[in-house]
Design a protein around this ligand. Sequence first.
Ligand code: 2P0
Length: 332
Amino acid sequence: MSTNLQSAAVRAHANIALVKYWGKRDAALNLPAVGSLSITLEALATETQVRFDPNLAEDDISLNGERSEKAARRISKTLDLLRDQTQISTKALVVSRNNFPTAAGLASSASGFAALVSAAAQALDLSVSDARLSEWARRGSGSAARSIFGGFVDMAHGVAVDGSDSIARPLHEASHWPLEVVIAITSEASKKVGSTVGMDHTMATSPYYSAWVDGAEADLAAARSAITARDFDALAQVSEYSCLKMHASALAAHPGVLYWNAATTNGIHTVRELRQQGVPVFFTIDAGPQLKAVCEPSATAQVKAALAAMPGVQRVITTAMGPGVTRIEDFA
Ligand code: 2P0
């Protein structure tokens, strides 16, 4: 293998789930208890370069110019999956940066791990399927399995004990139904309860957790049909239903996990009022206080203005749907 094949850089995009992932059926392999369905977001991207270098004694990992031991351990473990494939032990230099705030609950681990496994696979010249990349990305972070692909993405919980069928697949390209998303940033602070801890605690203590899991397949089926038919109201209904059920299960944990602040709640009312007036928009919220409003492009300007004017909204980010992982030739 020539030296230039040992290095590669890629861009991966964050995603938001319309039907949510919350809970694991196996913690060691990071297997989700429920399937999920997402859209990939154009404006939120991670760029990552991986270079395998025989001169390194340890992986050398920087994220947005900073080194964190905790993040590095998780990344090295993921790189080990690829090193095991090629039976090499060569350490890697990883340089990764986001074009959006890492701590703000905007799914940086999704784009981050999708970029990591894709860049590492290309650097090692592994010819593997996107399905396999999705499996490796999932080991790093469940939502990352979805960011391998663009457009509308369908993630299976899978049934195999080894997790090989716990992978995402593309459902429709963005061009099938190019929705847009307005993200209202209501706090830039790091969240107090991360997703992994929040979902583990929900599983362990919430009496609503089993109801949450039991309803997931029906929600996924409804969302797939709504997307195929481009039925906005049907997608709005099932997306808000899935989001609120996820948060209800976390709220009913002991002690309860509440990710929202006052502006998040006001945003829910604003979005619902707009929809009642005929504006094609619905909300979704992840494990943090940001409100994401999904809308038809014809409504984006009005939704953006309404959310930006709300007290407690610090700024808004508007994005179209984005592509899957792409290679970058000029990573600098
Ligand atoms: C989702 N979230 O479907 C859900 C909704 C947050 C709320 O996937 O433990 O960071 O690394 O597998 O992927 C965030 O969870 O969790 C997430 P791990 P991850 O987007």
